[in-house]
Design a binder for this molecule. Structure first.
Ligand code: CUA
Length: 115
């Protein structure tokens, strides 16, 4: 029929999004595991974060990521698009003890290869 629309296609977003890449991060005094996360520019990232001890936070200022990670191992997730290449510090955003200020990681966003 000429005007019949496929309801699935009609409600789909204009551009097909890939499933986000899921990366599990464990926070513990006073480090992130892994401490270095490498992704590709433009990738949609889902961080699944748990704490191995007390409360921590995970902050990546560049991508406006900031989430409290509760004690007790409950997973929290945050999604963002790594839409800029470079190296961006991952910070702990909740005070967690003497070396809180040194609890850091690094997000490395590799520029998309030119085609
Ligand atoms: Cu971990 Cu502050």
């Amino acid at each position: 029929m000429l005007h019949q629309q496929d309801p699935v296609a009609a409600s789909a977003p204009p551009q097909v999004q890939e499933q986000p890449r899921t990366i599990e991060v464990v926070a513990k005094r006073f480090t992130f595991e892994p401490s270095r996360i490498e992704v590709t520019e433009g990738e949609r990232i889902r961080l699944v974060m748990t704490s191995a001890d007390g409360v921590h936070g995970l902050e990546i200022k560049k991508f406006k990521v900031n989430k409290k990670i509760p004690r007790g191992g409950e997973a929290v997730t945050i999604e963002f698009v790594a839409n800029a290449a470079g190296q961006f510090p991952i910070l702990c955003s909740e005070y967690c003890g003497s070396d809180h200020d040194d609890m850091k990681g690094m997000l490395v966003v590799v520029a998309k290869p030119v085609r």
